[in-house]
Design a protein around this ligand. Structure first.
Ligand SMILES: Nc1ncnc2c1ncn2[C@@H]1O[C@H](COP(=O)(O)OP(=O)(O)OP(=O)(O)O)[C@@H](O)[C@H]1O
Length: 256
C-alpha cells in the first residue's frame, strides 16, 4: 500500500479560531495519514497550542472542520475526543507528584478504561489494567523508577512519564506538545528515541521547537505562521523552502 492509499486519520478543513476580534487560526488545512509522524513548527505566538486545543477539544473552533477518521469532532469535549482515540500530552506536567510512577500509569490506564464504570472491578479487567500498566512502564523505560514518586523524578523522567500517561489508553492518534522543552541535547535525543518507539504503528502530531528532534523523527513538517499553515512537506523539502526560511526556519536555526 502506498502512502497515498493510507487512510486519513486527522483532517483540518479551513479551520479558524478567533478570540474576540483577534484572529488566531486563519484557515488551517492539514491531513495526517495513518502511521504518519508530523511536526507542527512555527514562531512563538503562531497559534500552535491553540491549534492543539482545537483538535483535542479544549476549545471549540470558530468555523471549519476537524475530522477524526472522517467524523467531525469540533465542539466535542476533550473526554469525548479522547474516547474516539486521540490522546494529548501537555507542556505543563500532568503527573500526580504524590503518586509513584506505577500508580501514575495505573491511574492513566484505569481512566482510559472508563473508571466511572463498574467494568474494571471485575477480576479479569483488573488483570488487564495491571498488564497494560506494566507494558507502558516498559515502553516509557521507567521500570527502574517504578516506585519513585512522580514529584521526585528528574525533569526528563517526568516528561517520559508524561508520555507514558499519554499512551496509556493506546490511542491511535497521539498529540505531544513540546515533549523535549527544557531538556539538554542528550535528554532530547533520548526523548526523541522514546517518542519514535512509543509512536510506532500510531499516528503522531507534535509541536516541537528542537529542529534536531524534528528533522530526525518526523515524516512531514507543517509550518504554522500567523495562524496559517504556509507549508507542509518532508523535512528535506521544508529545509529548502524559501518561504519557510524567511518566515521561521532561518531564525530558528540561527537561534542558540
Ligand atoms: N484564550 C485566549 N484568549 C485570547 N488570546 C489567546 C488565547 N489563547 C491564545 N491566545 C493568543 O493566541 C496567540 C497564539 O498563541 P499560541 O499559544 O497558540 O501560540 P504558539 O504558537 O503555541 O506559541 P508558543 O510557541 O510561544 O507556545 C497568542 O497571541 C496568544 O496570546
Amino acid at each position: 500500500m502506498s502512502a497515498n492509499d493510507l487512510p486519513v486519520v486527522l483532517e483540518l478543513r479551513n479551520l479558524r479560531k478567533h478570540f474576540g476580534n483577534t484572529q488566531i487560526i486563519r484557515g488551517a488545512d492539514l491531513q495526517l495519514k495513518q502511521g504518519e509522524r508530523l511536526a507542527l513548527i512555527g514562531p512563538n505566538g503562531a497559534g500552535k497550542s491553540t491549534l492543539f486545543n482545537l483538535v483535542s477539544g479544549r476549545t471549540a473552533a470558530s468555523s471549519g472542520e476537524i475530522l477524526l477518521r472522517g467524523r467531525n469532532i469540533n465542539g466535542l469535549s476533550p473526554f469525548q475526543v479522547n474516547r474516539l482515540g486521540l490522546a494529548r500530552s501537555f507542556q505543563v506536567s500532568n503527573i500526580f507528584p504524590q503518586l509513584s510512577v506505577r500508580e501514575n500509569l495505573r491511574a492513566a490506564v484505569l481512566s482510559s478504561h472508563g473508571y466511572r464504570h463498574v467494568f474494571w472491578r471485575r477480576l479479569s479487567a483488573l488483570r488487564a489494567v495491571s498488564q497494560r500498566t506494566e507494558e507502558v512502564l516498559r515502553q516509557c523505560g521507567l521500570q527502574a523508577e517504578c516506585d519513585t514518586l512522580g514529584g521526585d523524578l528528574s525533569y526528563a523522567a517526568q516528561r517520559a512519564l508524561e508520555i507514558g500517561i499519554t499512551i496509556a489508553g493506546d490511542a491511535g492518534l497521539i498529540l505531544l506538545d513540546e515533549p523535549t522543552a527544557g531538556m539538554s541535547r542528550d535528554e532530547s535525543a533520548a526523548a526523541a528515541e522514546l517518542i519514535r518507539s512509543v509512536s510506532a504503528g500510531k499516528t503522531l502530531l507534535m509541536i516541537e521547537h528542537d529542529m534536531d528532534v524534528v528533522f530526525g523523527l518526523v515524516d512531514r513538517i507543517a509550518v504554522l505562521v500567523d495562524g496559517r499553515i504556509i507549508a507542509c512537506d518532508t523535512p528535506a523539502a521544508i529545509r529548502g523552502n524559501r518561504a519557510v526560511q524567511a518566515a521561521y526556519l532561518g531564525n530558528a536555526e540561527a537561534a542558540p
